[in-house]
Write a protein that binds this ligand. Sequence first.
Ligand SMILES: O=C(CO)COP(=O)(O)O
Length: 252
Amino acid sequence: MTVARKPLVAGNWKMHGLASSAPEFVQMVGAYPAIKDKVDLMVFPPATLLTSFATATRGAGVIVGAQDCHPEASGAFTGDISAEMVRDAGGGAVIVGHSERRGDHRETDQLIRAKAKAALRAKLIGVVCVGETEDERKSGRALEVVGRQLAGSLPDESSPETIVVAYEPVWAIGTGLTPTVDEVAETHRFIRDELARRFGDTGRAFRVLYGGSVKPGNAAELLAVADVDGALVGGASLKAESFLAIARAAFA
Ligand SMILES: O=C(CO)COP(=O)(O)O
């Protein structure tokens, strides 16, 4: 069965961006109406910019979101923000399970699944990240690791409208290295099959993004791979020009 999936290009700004970065975002919003029918766009600025970006995009259709959330709706969790707060700030999506959270903050699949459930509870789109380390790929365990992360991190209630999967090999993030087209194809086919095994035919409708050193120069090649439905972009999403070039490569 083949299912049409609208491409999605998402920008993860990580811990970059001040109020002075707003013009870049405003430029993205301004260019979006011309390509809106062909590609969905999401931007995940630092939480400090969420409200102002949500205000700037109103009506234009670029979805803004947070880079993480706490599983609980509220409570004594200093420094955390909840999915409900993200929605209240004007967000429409949240990234969970990014490898920088899995690694630097020791997040487990169980915690990430709880965060993804919080996203669903707050009516946010959850972008659930998976991906192997360099050691895991070199020792031939990449698919095993990705399979385990998927099984552990995706809630049973996941649907193609509410959850997006992002495959980001840890060794490709911020390094300028990317897997070969064959490696990307193999991993995305594997993810697709796992989704279909767990969710039946619905599994074929989930969008699966590739992330890790996506740039305007390699986007067309990576985004043309079967079962790659878009990109989760780090560094190249900070500038409107490069982010929009990648967005256009998603439907060219
Ligand atoms: O981690 C990423 C996006 O979430 C990818 O980052 P880079 O595009 O900078 O490699």
